[in-house]
Design a protein around this ligand. Structure first.
Ligand SMILES: *Cc1c(COP(=O)(O)O)cnc(C)c1O
Length: 222
């Protein structure tokens, strides 16, 4: 499906990276997915990532963090997650930069944009993202490689196309500005219900959970 969506928008299948959203699937399910060909895993809770990482869940795959991150948890992720996709404030960027500096590493991140302007979602407002990108020049130990977004929940995958298109425009505009420590290589948007629409609007990375693992069981005891 990803290959078809890529080709129908004039891109190559290999230009799109599939990240399996592994939340609520235990280490053995994650390993099974990796054996079946998953190359990128995305977790959205720090504690769950740590527990599964200790069990070797992600071995052989790239590990991304895709959830809301509190500053006091940064220390568990920097140097462990290859890409933190969900940096939603300059305070968080600064905390990651400090931790990375203390470890002598450079941490790759994406800036998350609250493209639907939803009160319940985190992320930079679209109009804030330029000044955030500009200020990233102050953070020598992070590298912003692109943007991530979670648009509003919708009934029909085409409803989010205007949000995806707006993200693509921000991605191109920011890339053209050549801010220090910022390059626009990754545009992460699209989930199980709308990844094909996201790809046709320019996504280079999609994050799919349900479509790979089936419905999550929120009722199960943890
Ligand atoms: C869970 C999750 C996904 C995947 O959602 P599905 O609808 O199950 O594909 C994608 N992105 C983030 C940030 C998530 O937390």
């Amino acid at each position: 499906n990803i290959a078809r969506a890529a080709e129908s928008s004039g891109r190559r299948p290999e230009d799109i990276t599939l990240v399996a959203a592994t939340k609520m699937n235990d280490a053995s399910r994650v390993r099974e997915a990796i054996e079946a060909g998953v190359r990128y895993c995305g977790e959205n809770r720090v504690q769950e990532l740590e527990e599964k990482n200790a069990l070797g869940a992600y071995s052989g795959a790239h590990l991304h963090f895709i959830g809301h991150l509190q500053k006091n948890k940064v220390k568990y992720l920097v140097g462990t997650a290859e890409l933190i996709q969900s940096v939603d404030s300059l305070e968080l960027a600064e905390a990651i930069d400090k931790r990375a500096a203390s470890l002598g590493v450079v941490q790759d991140v994406l800036y998350e944009v609250n493209i639907g302007g939803e009160a319940a979602k985190s992320g930079f407002a679209p109009e804030e993202i330029y000044s955030a990108a500009e200020k990233t020049g102050n953070f020598a130990n992070i590298r912003v490689l692109g943007l991530m977004a979670i648009p509003p929940v919708c009934e029909n995958s085409d409803e989010n196309r205007p949000y995806f298109a707006r993200m693509r425009q921000l991605f191109v505009d920011i890339g053209a500005k050549k801010y220090d420590n910022v390059t626009m290589q990754i545009l992460s948007m699209g989930m199980t219900d709308d990844y094909a629409a996201a790809i046709s609007e320019g996504a280079s990375m999609v994050r799919v959970g349900t479509g790979i693992f089936g419905a999550r069981d929120y009722g199960a005891a943890k």
